[in-house]
Ligand binder design. Sequence first.
Ligand code: TYD
Length: 209
Amino acid sequence: MFITLEGPDGSGKTSQIDPLVKYLEQQDFHVVPTREPGGTDIGDQVRKVIMDLRNKAMHPSTEILLFQSSRAQLVNEVIRPSLVEGKVVLCDRYADSTIAYQGYGHQVNLKELQAIIQFATGGLKPDLTIFLDITAEVGLQRNQKSGKWNRLDDYDLAFHERVYKGYQTMMAEDPERWVVVDGTQPPEKVQEDMRRAILERLAQKVKSA
Ligand code: TYD
């Protein structure tokens, strides 16, 4: 099963992954945690270029293609082979981030973006996507406080608000795939909600298999 985590910057997704993986492994699932951009040697090199605060001149089209190159490598090197082996792939961000950030944030044509994503992923879609819900403003404040700041955080608040709206639109269009978890709760409660959502979906998948 292919599970992705999405949310605004600073939503706290990344710190939830380790405990989630440990828990699922205790339940006898074989879990492959990964992330975007990155997740492979080649993807990690691309990630550095994307995130580097010195790359202020990066054009949105360049940014879009770099994200897709990292994704294509990850899909082919890690995600597809793991799914074929029956593993649970847990990916910190995936194609929805491109639609939210580049599509809604940078206001790039959504149809064109979908075509590039289709090319990069070969059409692979998640079975479940968990959205960690916090507002753009709170997320940015959290990142500023933690000193975790990258080139994309540096876009203005209006950009991040468009990203948030983009997620809301995507969730309304495909409610079956998404589960919303309140990211303002204490981390333990966020973890509990994520575990519940994943176990429910895994149980459904076993039933329908
Ligand atoms: P990262 O440090 O991994 O942030 P987070 O912990 O919030 O996931 O940075 C990833 C950044 O890249 C984040 O700002 C979202 C952005 N992004 C895109 O703009 N498009 C994409 O396709 C992906 C995968 C990420």
